[in-house]
Ligand binder design. Structure first.
Ligand code: SAM
Ligand code: SF4
Length: 348
């Protein structure tokens, strides 16, 4: 069923054709969301033809089976994302079941924070310790403009609750010229005043592509220059262990310190260190966010596939993982980007 490849698979570690060890699975548990961030979804929401049909969403049982098999093959880190993972019914029981998978060392969650205030304690007791929370503005009116909902206060309460409970919190801000670039200093201050790391992400032309244009893009290099004017930036030891972010310690002129990071999928892509696979909300395994090739695990599963069939499909996907994406070149050319997928379906 699956063609063989010149590259070899190791039994203990999953290694691709470019010697990258694949250990990290990102799981979009739903493509539904309670916000409509301008860069991700149209303001009116996705129409029914773009949403995954309920029957096509992977069930929790199906996700557990796939994760169990992937962990048995050597993957040990999982991130739940979406869409908004906390809107799916039964998510807490699902997380508790995941936590029982032997060999799965680390389960993390990315959330918009809307439901965090009510769910943070349960998440903590289910074993989650690391939260990435998306926050693009600290101005309530602007929050409505960016997300379509007047929920800033609720999200802020969620962030505070998460900090108070002792979660390791990273705040992710998509940096957009003319939209939130006047708030960088406020976000830097937040990193010095609260126990959070603030990460600035380059705005990518995927998701709701209509909202992207070059004039809104700020590269990580430009961001770093801007932050250098706010204080001293020192490269943070061990930052290579923190995934795609380049992390710095910022010391402000009044002696306050905080940790900030830059995530530069476009200007300095981190493809050579990429250790991830993504499982979309309808069960398609994807080797790269920015390449549309996917392996349909759900069909294999629903047609009675054995664990070996699933393992073979996972191996094949890993072996097909491209060396890197070409977003920067695509954007320099006529502008056609290789990724047509919905961010919420793929899992951002
Ligand atoms: N709903 C959750 C949230 O917002 O945190 C999880 C899913 S969301 C798709 C994951 C991350 O992708 C968010 O931090 C969001 O800011 C980021 N994202 C979505 N579209 C993006 C784009 N076009 N450029 C850069 N980041 C994007
Ligand atoms: Fe929802 Fe997250 Fe997309 Fe915003 S970025 S619309 S919160 S999935």
């Amino acid at each position: 069923m699956y063609s063989s490849s010149k590259a070899t698979m190791q039994t203990e570690q999953l290694v691709d054709q470019y010697s990258r060890t694949i250990s990290y699975l990102r799981l979009s548990i739903t493509d539904r969301c309670n916000l409509r961030c301008l860069y991700c979804m149209p303001q009116q929401g996705l129409n029914s033809s773009s949403l995954v049909k309920c029957a096509d969403l992977l069930s929790y049982e199906e996700m557990l089976r796939i994760v169990g098999i992937a962990v048995g093959m050597g993957m040990n880190k999982l991130r739940l994302t979406g869409g908004e993972p906390l809107v799916r019914n039964g998510v807490m029981d699902f997380i508790r079941s995941l936590a029982e998978i032997k060999g799965l060392e680390d389960i993390r969650l990315t959330t918009n924070g809307v439901l965090l205030h009510e769910k943070a304690a349960e998440l903590y007791s289910a074993g989650i310790r690391n939260l990435n929370i998306s926050l693009d503005t600290m101005k309530p009116k602007r929050f409505v403009e960016i997300t379509g909902s007047d929920l800033f206060d609720q999200v802020w309460r969620g962030i505070q609750t998460a900090c108070d409970l002792g979660f390791n919190v990273k705040l992710n801000m998509v940096a957009m010229k003319g939209i939130n670039d006047d708030e960088f200093a406020d976000f830097a201050r937040l990193a010095t005043q609260r126990p959070v790391q603030v990460r600035f992400i380059e705005f990518m032309p995927i998701g709701n592509k209509e909202s992207w244009d070059r004039s809104r893009f700020i590269s990580a290099g430009e961001l770093k220059d801007i932050f250098s004017t706010l204080g001293t930036l020192e490269s943070s030891p061990g930052s290579r262990l923190e995934g795609p972010a380049r992390v710095y310690r910022l010391t402000t002129p009044d002696g306050q310190t905080g940790r900030i990071g830059f995530i530069s999928p476009i200007s300095h892509h981190f493809c050579d260190k990429c250790n991830r696979l993504r499982l979309t909300s309808e069960g398609r395994l994807r080797a790269c966010l920015l390449h549309d090739h996917e392996t349909d695990l759900k069909t294999i599963l629903r047609q009675g596939g054995t664990d070996s069939d699933i393992q073979a499909a996972i191996r094949q996907t890993i072996l097909s993982k491209p060396k890197g994406h070409t977003l920067q070149d695509d954007l320099a050319g006529p502008g056609q980007v290789n990724c047509q997928g919905q961010m919420s379906r793929i899992g951002g």
